[in-house]
Design a protein around this ligand. Structure first.
Ligand code: GLN
Length: 455
């Protein structure tokens, strides 16, 4: 696997690989196996994985895709990292991402963009683009990602793999470098829903170190993924499942090729026994301004810790403390991060707080309420993940146009709901198209089940 990573270095999926660490962990896994350690608690024994560089790790540097954290090494592992290690997984290294997870193309990485294995002239999507590329190119069978506004689902869709964003609170955020704390969630990315179930099983659960992690029992995701639904049969495994199609997800904004692939996938779900029902999420469009107020607001606050004093980049020359702060930050952060800090500081400032931030919070609640209304008519919601397939690298210079492409992933993020992207087929130039399924709170198992049946 390490050799395969080396051969495909030009994909830019990995930011760092450490053979010594990986081989030592693999040796430890072998020793566990020799001692008869295994079973469900060690379900990932010897399985090679890699982590998005937004998770801090003791054994590897952690940069969050930013110059600000060049050379930084954490004294501890993120909870998700230590849980996957405890389940026996072997970590090969760290994966490329947009700087501080801000972006949807991986082009905002301070180092280099990851390349889509299906066409290396195209983006992987983002921000977990390195994770998606690594799994799609078979460099690792599974990887971690994080999803604040779509960063697990959208790159999974663009690279033809499966990725699930769990319910907010399902996975601990401890040791996940914070972007927008009320939205950030870790999620697994793998070849199939079943592989995602195994990873999610190991990643999930209450963590006293994260005040927003939920004291919610973790079900057996693998059993839920493969179980036969009540009243279902082997060839109609989705019998009795009502899938809601929000009309706002199937409008003009979706490219014809993506729409066609999505519709074909829905027809397939029907064949598997599901019933399609029309629903509405009337505030879908508003999720863009709401998210792009709340996420930058939280980011501007979270990123204030990078002041050049305790860790991270520090300017070499400065005349006083204030210049040290400003020079360190202007040198360390990239353009998109600075843009978000400015937006965030603006919407939180006195006089604008009520007009923007407070308003966005109220709308966020209404977006969540819309989902609850829809879930009275259906069990799961389906739609596209992104309006188009992966675009060519370097083809988008307008940040607002880039934000608009998040329209189908932001609503579930704002509501804190789980969402999965499963490969649905192909669009323009044979590029992958994902199908998004959204479930009610804590219903990851239902998403994985439907994804598994579909695959
Ligand atoms: N594309 C969105 C953004 O740039 C989502 C990013 C994410 O989920 N981390 O904010």
């Amino acid at each position: 696997q390490l050799a395969r990573v080396a051969v495909h270095e030009s994909l830019g999926a990995f930011l760092c690989v450490d053979e010594d660490v990986a081989l030592a962990q693999a040796g430890a896994a072998d020793a566990w196996r020799a001692r008869g350690i295994g079973g469900a608690a060690h379900r990932l024994l010897g399985v090679p994985i890699a982590h998005k560089d937004i998770f801090v790790t003791r054994d590897f540097p952690s940069t969050a895709g930013s110059k600000m954290l060049e050379g930084y090494r954490s004294p501890f592992d993120a909870t998700v990292v230590s849980r996957l290690s405890a389940a026996g997984a072997v970590t090969l290294g760290k994966l490329n991402c947009d700087e501080f997870a801000m972006g949807g193309s991986n082009e905002n990485s301070a180092w280099f963009p990851a390349r889509n294995p299906w066409d290396t002239g195209r983006i992987t999507g983002g921000s977990s683009g390195g994770s998606a590329a690594a799994v799609a190119a078979r460099l690792v069978p599974g990887a971690t990602g994080t999803d604040t506004g779509g960063s697990v689902r959208q790159p999974a869709s663009f690279c033809g793999i499966t990725g699930i964003k769990p319910t907010y609170g399902r996975c601990s955020r401890y040791g996940m470098i914070a972007f927008a704390s009320s939205l950030d969630q870790a999620g697994p990315m793998a070849r199939s829903a079943l592989d995602c179930a195994h990873l999610l099983q190991a990643m999930s659960g209450f963590d006293p170190r994260d005040a927003t992690s939920a004291e919610q029992a973790v079900p057996d995701f693998v059993a839920q993924t493969t179980a036969l639904r009540e009243g279902a049969t082997a060839d109609r495994p989705l019998a009795g499942l009502r899938i809601g199609l929000p009309k706002e997800f199937f409008g003009d904004g979706v490219a014809a090729d993506v729409l066609a692939a999505t519709r074909a996938a829905l027809a397939e779900l029907e064949k598997l026994g599901a019933t399609l029902v029309d629903v509405s999420l009337p505030r879908t469009e508003l999720s863009i301004p709401v998210y792009y107020i709340i996420a930058p607001a939280e980011a501007s606050s979270n990123l204030s810790r990078f002041d050049g004093v305790r860790y991270g980049h520090r300017a070499e020359q400065y005349k006083d403390l204030s210049e040290m702060y400003s020079k360190s930050r202007s040198e360390g952060f990239g353009a998109e991060v600075k843009r978000r800090i400015m937006i965030g500081a603006y919407v939180l400032s006195h006089g604008y707080y009520d007009a923007y931030y407070l308003q966005a919070q109220k709308l966020r609640r209404m977006i969540a309420d819309d989902f609850q209304a829809a879930f009275t008519q259906c069990d799961l919601i389906a739609g596209p993940v992104a309006p188009t397939v992966a675009r060519p690298l370097g083809s988008q210079s307008d940040p607002v146009a880039e934000y608009l492409a998040d329209i189908f992933t932001l609503p579930a993020s704002l509501a804190g709901l789980p969402g999965i992207s499963v490969p649905a087929g192909s669009g323009e130039a044979g590029l992958p198209v994902g199908l998004q399924l959204i479930g009610n709170y804590w219903r990851e198992g239902a998403l994985l089940h439907a994804g598994h049946a579909f695959q």
